[in-house]
Structures are given as structure tokens and as C-alpha cells.
Design a protein. Structure first.
Length: 294
């Protein structure tokens, strides 16, 4: 009851002073603090609080505090999977892209934006494309090369978009997404989660066996994928997605296959195969275009 009353009061204040940046700052801050409690999250969802917060973010796009409070609140609400379907994903994607476009040098907002897009992109791919969202994500990765959560979520998002949507795939390639993913992996070699999602993103981009795309990956990405395999020998996902990269890149061109062999890829694939019985098929599939049987 107390939680509900506080939520309702905050939302009323937002409506009554929609043009006041000070009021929107204080009310979004109140809601963001309340969202630490699950009962309050339920009250915010029930009172259509997401719509009001999105409206505040749209109306005060230049106010960093409103954007920080609003995006933090959206993150806290969407931490609960059961609430995600109650959150209007298209509204969230629109306001997040606006936020990222307006605050290109704010690492916190860029991180919040990438995490939120990774949660709500599904079904909103056309919105992402129309608002140049792919480029915004890639630029966020360029801006903060050591912000692990941003980079992990951005790589995961790019991998999904590349695999699921042909237009997004083209947009990622056109925006130099491949060298950015490679650079991300190179700068964060010690972080296994970044390496997992980086290898996976490269694998999803290589999946079409497009010769131009696979050549880009072969030119700069093979070494970093091999480094990831060496650095994270005990991480099955790193080993698996690396095998996928080798398979797809080798299948796109015999020249790429030769390069993988010359750089020592066969040894790494075979080691992954012996270390992880569950990767038998992945390793065999990677060795086959290299002229070897698993």
C-alpha cells in the first residue's frame, strides 16, 4: 500500500509538471529508487509508470539526470523477466535510441542503452534500422573500449541481429561492425564474457559464408579468436563459437582455410575437441573444410 501510494504520487507529479525538468528529475529519481523493491516494481507496472517515464525521457532528452534515472528504472524493471512482456518494447527502443543519440559521450547512458536494446530489440528491428540504431550501438562500443557490460551486451545484440535479420546484417557490415568487434575482443582478452559474445558475433556474421565478410574476419579476426581460445581454454562457449568461426570462414574460401591452418587453427580445434566431448560435432565441422577428419 505504501509502495503503491508513493508510485501514484510520483506519477501524478510527473503529469502535473511535465514541462519541468526539475520535477521530472526528482520524480524519475524517486521511481528509480523504489524499483529496488519488487513490490514497487509491480506498482510501477500496474500504474502504467513505464509510459510516464518514457514520456519524461522523450520530453527532456537533453537532461542527463532524467535519462540516467529513466534508463536505470527500465533496467531494474526488466531485470524481472515476468515484467518484460508488460513493458511496451517499441516505446523503450525509441526512447533508448534517442538517449544514445543525444548523449554520445556518456558511458553510463550508452551502457544502459545497449543493455536495454539487447532486452527489447526483438520485434523492433525496423525501428532500430530506421533510427540508425546499429550504428549507434557500434559507436557506443568505439567510445568505451573497456566497459565490459556494454561491450558484452552489444556483441550479443549484434550477433543476434546478424543471424536473425538480413537488413541488420548488412547494416552491421556497412558500419564497420566487424573490426569493432575484433577490437573489442583484443582490448578485453581477460574477460571471458566479452570473448564468448565476441566470438559468437563473428560466427553469426560469418554464418552466411559471404566471401567479403569472411575475408574481413580472416584479415583481422582469426588471430584474436585464436588468442581467445588460448586465453580461455576452460571456457566451452569460447571454444565452441571459435570453431564455428573457423568453419564458416574456411567454407567461404579455400584461401581462408589455408590461413587458418598456417596460423595454427587445427591444433586449437583438436584441443577443444579433446577437452570438451560435447564439442565433437562442432570440432569435426570446423576441421572438415580444412581438409581434416575429426
Amino acid at each position: 500500500e505504501i509502495h503503491h501510494a508513493m508510485v501514484v504520487d510520483a506519477i501524478k507529479s510527473m503529469d502535473l509538471a511535465a514541462q519541468s525538468g526539475t520535477t521530472q528529475h526528482s520524480t524519475t529519481l524517486t521511481l528509480a529508487k523504489l524499483a529496488a523493491d519488487k513490490q514497487s516494481c509491480e506498482a510501477i507496472i500496474g500504474a502504467d509508470g513505464v509510459h510516464h517515464v518514457v514520456k519524461a525521457m522523450q520530453g527532456h532528452s537533453g537532461l542527463t539526470e532524467v535519462q540516467e534515472n529513466g534508463s536505470f528504472l527500465l533496467l531494474k524493471l526488466s531485470d524481472h523477466y515476468e515484467y518484460r512482456t508488460a513493458i511496451p518494447s517499441e516505446e523503450v527502443v525509441h526512447v533508448v535510441l534517442q538517449m544514445m543519440r543525444s548523449h554520445t559521450s556518456n558511458g553510463n547512458l550508452l551502457e544502459n542503452g545497449c543493455v536495454l536494446l539487447s532486452r527489447f530489440y526483438k520485434g523492433n528491428e525496423s525501428t532500430l534500422l530506421g533510427a540508425d540504431g546499429v550504428s549507434l550501438v557500434i559507436e557506443a562500443m568505439r567510445h568505451d573500449v573497456f566497459r565490459v557490460r556494454l561491450l558484452k551486451c552489444a556483441c550479443w545484440l549484434l550477433g543476434n541481429l546478424a543471424y536473425e535479420n538480413g537488413d541488420c546484417y548488412k547494416a552491421i557490415v556497412a558500419a564497420d561492425g566487424i573490426p569493432v568487434v575484433v577490437s573489442t575482443m583484443r582490448h578485453n582478452m581477460e574477460h571471458s564474457k566479452v570473448q564468448v559474445e565476441g566470438c559468437r558475433a563473428l560466427a553469426m556474421l560469418a554464418y552466411e559464408r559471404n566471401e567479403h565478410v569472411c575475408h574481413q574476419i580472416a584479415s583481422g579476426g582469426l588471430e584474436v579468436v585464436m588468442d581467445a581460445m588460448e586465453c580461455h581454454k576452460s571456457n566451452e562457449d569460447v571454444q565452441k563459437y571459435s570453431c564455428w568461426v573457423f568453419q564458416y570462414v574456411a567454407e567461404s574460401s579455400s584461401v581462408n582455410g589455408i590461413e587458418i591452418r598456417e596460423k595454427g587453427g587445427v591444433r586449437l580445434i583438436q584441443r577443444a575437441q579433446s577437452s570438451f566431448p560435447g564439442l565433437a560435432w562442432d570440432a569435426k565441422s570446423a576441421l572438415r573444410p580444412l581438409g581434416l577428419r575429426g
